[in-house]
Ligand binder design. Structure first.
Ligand code: AVJ
Length: 332
């Protein structure tokens, strides 16, 4: 793997560097085939986010049952001044930046005359997302300098620039998609790159009443079901498979022991999935599931454990009155 910068796009108002040495299609097909032939079949959650999937996810964030986005934003709104603090120069790095609504909450609290002291670095695998938010933010916040990184934050962390004190933001409880060990490794890697004065803002969806959790992933309008099933369209595009979405049912179950929501797609019939790009046909039994996502939930104990194991200091935990969601501020 070559991790060096592949290309840079220079726009009058911002810059975007591409570090994604695109995974070859052959690798992707192999990855899909491996998952579909495992004992518990699975498809990696990274395949959710094609254009349709990203727009379905945005729809999810507006659903009445899906509280995380709304609550995280309200926590940010309530605590912006404390979070931003005093600065001469500030680099705001946002991992998995997606749309720019969360960072806008922070930027709204900064006086315009200080905008030129801020450098915003959105990091995302979606070029569309980076370009769109850079466009919006560069017009909205005059003086703000923007340098987008088209990168996989699990692989390209060490590319993060450093020329000020840095506020690294990882919102949305996206860390919950990793398994527990991967999330620790991620924090350890991040810690290695951090310097005195740097901070990490980590958004975490908390363990709570399991009906509330289950409802957030089983919305009445069925948007989450569409989002889950859309992964089969993405796989059909990449691997030329013949998945028919009508043959599957959306499942989202809270696994209490592992404190996570698991999303699956359940076959409603015996199915034969074929592709000329696969070495063999894939058989699915009626009732068999394909695991598509884990969304881990966190407790105060997890938060202290993150602090002690990473060696980062917990400076503050911002939360809402029901303690549904936390934004934890770690210091080097
Ligand atoms: C974007 C990974 C944080 O796990 O809640 C929403 C994705 N999946 N509904 C989450 C998701 C189903 C979301 N994350």
């Amino acid at each position: 793997m070559d991790y060096s910068e592949v290309s840079t796009l220079v726009h009058p108002l911002f810059r975007v560097s591409n570090f994604l040495s695109t995974q070859s299609n052959e690798d992707l097909i192999n990855e899909v085939y491996c998952g579909l032939t495992a004992k518990q079949k699975y498809i990696s959650s990274k395949f959710f986010y094609d254009e349709k999937g990203s727009s379905l996810f945005e729809e999810i964030t507006c659903l009445p049952e899906y509280y995380p986005t709304r609550i995280e934003k309200s926590i940010l709104k309530t605590n912006t001044q404390k979070i931003i603090g005093e600065f001469e120069k500030l680099d705001i790095i946002e991992l998995g930046s997606g749309d720019c609504s969360k960072i806008s909450i922070l930027l709204d609290a900064i006086p315009l005359i200080k905008m030129a002291q801020i450098h915003y670095i959105p990091v995302d695998v979606s070029e569309t997302a980076i370009l769109k938010s850079a466009d919006i933010l560069s017009l909205k916040y005059t003086g703000l300098s923007i340098h987008g990184l088209l990168a996989d934050f699990l692989k390209h962390l060490y590319q993060l620039p450093c020329d000020g004190n840095r506020l690294i933001c990882f919102f949305g409880s996206t860390i919950g998609n990793l398994d527990r060990k991967q999330s620790i490794d991620f924090l350890l890697n991040l810690k290695k790159l951090m310097l005195p004065g740097d901070r990490l803002l980590l958004g975490l969806d908390m363990v709570k009443d399991k009906q509330v959790l289950s409802n957030a992933y089983n919305d009445k309008q069925g948007v989450t079901a569409l989002f889950n099933k859309n992964i089969l369209n993405v796989v059909n595009d990449i691997a030329e498979t013949n998945f028919n979405l009508h043959n599957f049912e959306h499942l989202a179950i809270y696994n209490e022991e592992k404190e996570r929501i698991e999303m699956h797609l359940k076959a409603l019939d015996d199915l034969v999935i074929s592709s000329k790009l696969f070495p063999e046909k894939v058989l699915l039994k009626k009732g068999e599931t394909i695991h598509t996502e884990n969304s881990h939930k966190f407790s105060k104990e997890h938060i202290s454990y993150f602090g002690s194991i990473s060696g980062l200091q917990i400076k503050e935990t911002y939360t809402d009155d029901k303690q549904y969601f936390s934004v934890v501020e770690f210091e080097f």
